[in-house]
Unconditional design. Structure first.
Length: 364
């Protein structure tokens, strides 16, 4: 049955004018048929296989850099550790193809069909997946850096960590404007989904309306940063310093803000639906009009915090310490010795003995 199907495909190819080769003969040609080709380790840089049916072929460890592979059929083919840097795979069929460990840096897979494709441990830096049909694809261990995904969002999750060259003094007022960190440009309205910015020093950065979906900003210094109207959906801001940051009208849906410092932060009308703020410090923060539906606030600090309803929450303020009443200090003055003239002793008058009364004679 399979043989008859293969020969039927070959017959259709012949009738359509396509070149049909003998098994294993896959000299680069367009719109040809070359099934189960064994091309392991071949040097095919710049080859043109556009429109060619190469399903079930093996191009593992071959050099297909800058190859033209537009609408090429790689169904169930092996391209393990293949060099596909700069290759054009627009509209290519890579259903269930194995590209594990392949280098696709700068490759174009616009509108490619990628059902069940294996990109494990592949280098997908600067790859364009815009418009691709992605279903059940394996990206385990793949390098995603400046990678345009099928929905147009740029994925920088795998970019190497680079320390920003800005003032590293805590709470610095230096604005790192125009700086590019791990493929993410620091400027308003920038698009940096999955940005790798953990521990970065971005104090006073201007990021209004930035697209930072799923960005990793854990332990980052975001003192006085402007993130008004920014999209931080599912972003990791755990332990981040957001002291006096502007997050008004920002989208923080399902964001991780555990143990973050938000003292004096502006969160007016921010969307914190499902956000986690375990043990976060919200002292002096303004949450007026914010959406806290489903947010986790266990252990959060509230002191002079304006809540969504406009009420002030002082539940975490420490009571003023009662000063012990100290007894008045009594200054004892030395007693002054008063010398008065001593009166002369008065000799008492001699006491005269009382005269004894004569006894009256008795009368008989």
């Amino acid at each position: 049955m399979k043989k008859s199907l293969v020969w039927s495909v070959a017959a259709v190819a012949l009738l359509s004018g396509a070149n049909v080769w003998a098994w294993g003969d896959c000299t680069p040609r367009q719109n040809s048929l070359c099934l189960k080709a064994e091309m392991v380790g071949k040097s095919l840089s710049g080859a043109d296989y556009s429109g060619t049916d190469l399903h079930n072929s093996n191009f593992s460890k071959s050099d297909l850099s800058k190859a033209k592979l537009v609408s090429t059929n790689f169904y169930q083919s092996k391209l393990v550790e293949t060099n596909l840097t700069g290759a054009n795979l627009t509209s290519a069929n890579l259903f269930y193809a194995d590209l594990s460990g392949a280098n696709l840096t700068g490759a174009n897979l616009n509108d490619a069909r990628l059902e069940g494709t294996n990109f494990s441990n592949a280098n997908l830096t600067d790859v364009n997946f815009a418009g691709a049909r992605i279903s059940g694809v394996k990206f385990f261990g793949a390098t995603l850096c400046r990678t345009t995904m099928s929905d147009g969002i740029i994925n920088n999750a795998g970019c190497p960590i680079e320390k920003p060259k800005v003032d590293t003094v805590a709470n610095s007022t230096t604005k790192p404007q125009g700086l590019v960190i791990n493929g993410c440009e620091i400027k308003p309205q920038t698009v940096c989904a999955n940005a790798a910015l953990a521990e970065a020093n971005l104090a006073s950065a201007e990021w209004s309306a930035a697209q930072l979906y799923m960005a990793n900003l854990a332990s980052a210094n975001l003192f006085r940063v402007n993130l008004s109207k920014a999209n931080l959906t599912e972003a990791n801001l755990a332990r981040a310093n957001l002291d006096r940051a502007n997050l008004s009208q920002a989208n923080l849906t399902d964001a991780n803000l555990n143990k973050s410092v938000l003292r004096g932060a502006r969160l007016e009308r921010a969307n914190l639906t499902g956000a986690s703020l375990l043990n976060a410090d919200l002292s002096d923060a303004d949450l007026s009009g914010a959406n806290l539906t489903g947010a986790t606030l266990t252990g959060a600090t509230f002191c002079h915090t304006v809540m969504p309803d406009g009420m002030t929450n002082n539940s975490s303020c420490l009571p003023p310490e009662a000063k012990p009443v100290e007894p008045p200090i009594v200054v004892s003055e030395p007693v002054k010795a008063v010398t008065e003239p001593v009166a002369a002793p008065v000799n008492p008058a001699p006491v005269q003995p009382k005269a004894k009364k004569k006894a009256k004679p008795k009368t008989h």
